[in-house]
Design a protein around this ligand. Structure first.
Ligand code: PRP
Length: 215
């Protein structure tokens, strides 16, 4: 059988993922210094780690070219349609929030409002649930600029420490939901390679718990 492939989100989640693999006793030297290489051997060559952008982790896992993925709940909420979320890894913790200038009367004013976000689907669902008539503008990054420049009344974005909001004179108007990294599995792979995937999940769950307890 082919090696299990796990797609890992590049950036903030990669370092924590490496820590988790190490604690789980899965060799992952290559993840510590990946250079420009995108497919890396881990577990002494028994598995492969695929480094990808978050939305692509979903695509590779959903389409089954990777059996597993490590990705934030934010990306799952925005993009995933058919994936099994097997484990909350606990790290990469932050939250979705609506934020704006301190005097923003976003929720009581009944008129149509403008929200800027990278997360159109998450925002659309949220505003529908709140019965708020909102125009959504897609922004690719540094979303905090939108209310500063007068493009939008508010943003819907991830807040971790809150320092980006603070540095730009913005504040949380309402929290939407908590977010953390998840281990996701391709649904067919979960049936076909159940034992291997369950064994790995058990090890990773214990390691993730250990990371959580060290905080
Ligand atoms: C994320 C998010 C916020 C910031 C929140 O952006 O979109 O801008 O981090 O973190 P904080 O609460 O700790 O300040 P990221 O750094 O990923 O870059 P981006 O804005 O270019 O997407």
């Amino acid at each position: 059988m082919s090696k299990l492939k796990i797609a890992i989100t590049k950036g903030r989640l990669l370092e924590k993922s490496a820590e988790m693999f190490e604690l789980a006793g899965i060799e992952c030297e290559a993840l510590r210094n990946p250079g420009r290489q995108l497919v890396l051997p881990i577990g002494n060559g028994m598995m492969e780690a695929v480094l990808a952008k978050s939305a692509d982790v979903i695509t590779y896992t959903e389409r089954g070219v990777c059996e597993l993925g490590i990705v934030g709940k934010d990306t799952i909420m925005e993009h995933a349609t058919n994936l099994y979320e097997i484990l909350d890894l606990g790290f990469g913790r932050c939250r979705f929030a609506v934020a704006g200038k301190p005097d923003t009367d976003f929720f009581t004013d009944g008129s149509r409002r403008v929200a800027a976000t990278k997360y159109i689907n998450v925002s659309k669902r949220y505003f529908e649930r709140k019965h708020i008539d909102a125009e959504l503008i897609k922004i690719e990054g540094s979303v905090e600029l939108a209310p500063l420049l007068g493009l939008a009344d508010v943003i819907v974005d991830l807040v971790e420490t809150g320092s980006t909001l603070k540095a730009n004179g913005l504040e949380i108007l309402e929290e939407v939901c908590p977010v953390s990294a998840r281990l996701v599995v391709n649904t067919a792979a979960l049936k076909l390679r159940k034992r291997e995937i369950e064994e790995l999940t058990t090890k990773l769950a214990a390691a993730a718990k250990e990371i959580e307890s060290k905080k």
